[in-house]
Design a protein. Structure first.
Length: 226
């Protein structure tokens, strides 16, 4: 974990390394709703910072079940030319979480997030696209054929959201703001009292917990606290 200005140091994250969210947690109960992960990303973007390597391994759960983002090693200070955000040309991040335009080495919006892969990972304990051959993986992404296993049972609304977030065409991809307004994210999780629905409800709680992230809006970049 880096200790540069604006990055969270070990001293400030000493109790957040209890469990990595790369594991498949389905029994987490939400007792204290917190700001969603997407809002955390919005906050970073408003501070002109892009994480560029968001993945389950970089989301940590502390003893109070709060989520924290770590590893800003690939983060980037956003720059602008004539009020237009400059595209990033640096390939970085984790290939199985990366958008197709990044894998194809095209200039890309540094604000592009991996939330869709993170959601899929927490529902199915695997990534939607994974291939040691990058060319084959990009082909799968561009075909937009996401495999949704029958087990565990996941609602159409959840699958539709993931499909939208992982759309290969940037202009048709669901934005972070649209994710926050999505009905499935906002729903209370009312389900029938059956084994499958109880499992799905528990999984929904797990996913909502993934989306929750306590972010202290400190002026760390300007104050040079770390």
């Amino acid at each position: 974990m880096h200790t540069k200005a604006g990055f969270q140091s070990r001293q400030h994250a000493k109790d957040c390394c209890l469990r990595l969210l790369s594991q498949h947690f389905v029994l987490i109960e939400l007792t204290n709703p917190q700001p969603p992960l997407c809002k955390a990303l919005q906050y970073l973007h408003n501070m002109d910072v892009a994480h560029r390597d968001l993945k389950c391994e970089n989301l940590l759960l502390d003893r109070h079940c709060n989520l924290k983002v770590c590893d800003f090693g690939f983060s980037k200070r956003l720059s602008y030319v004539d009020d237009q955000m400059a595209l990033s040309e640096t390939y970085c991040g984790t290939s199985s979480y990366a958008a197709p335009e990044i894998l194809k080495n095209f200039p890309y919006n540094p604000k592009v997030s991996n939330v869709g892969v993170v959601l899929y990972m927490m529902l199915y304990a695997s990534v939607p696209f994974n291939d040691s051959n990058i060319t084959r993986m990009v082909k799968k992404q561009m075909e937009h054929r996401i495999n949704f296993p029958k087990i565990p049972p996941v609602s159409f609304e959840a699958k539709d959201l993931i499909n939208g977030i992982l759309h290969p065409v940037v202009e048709q991809r669901i934005t972070i703001g649209e994710i926050l307004e999505n009905s499935w994210i906002l729903q209370e999780g009312k389900m029938e009292d059956s084994n499958e629905d109880r499992w799905a409800l528990c999984n929904m709680h797990c996913l909502k917990h993934l989306l929750s992230l306590q972010v202290k809006q400190l002026n760390t970049l300007t104050d040079k606290r770390f």
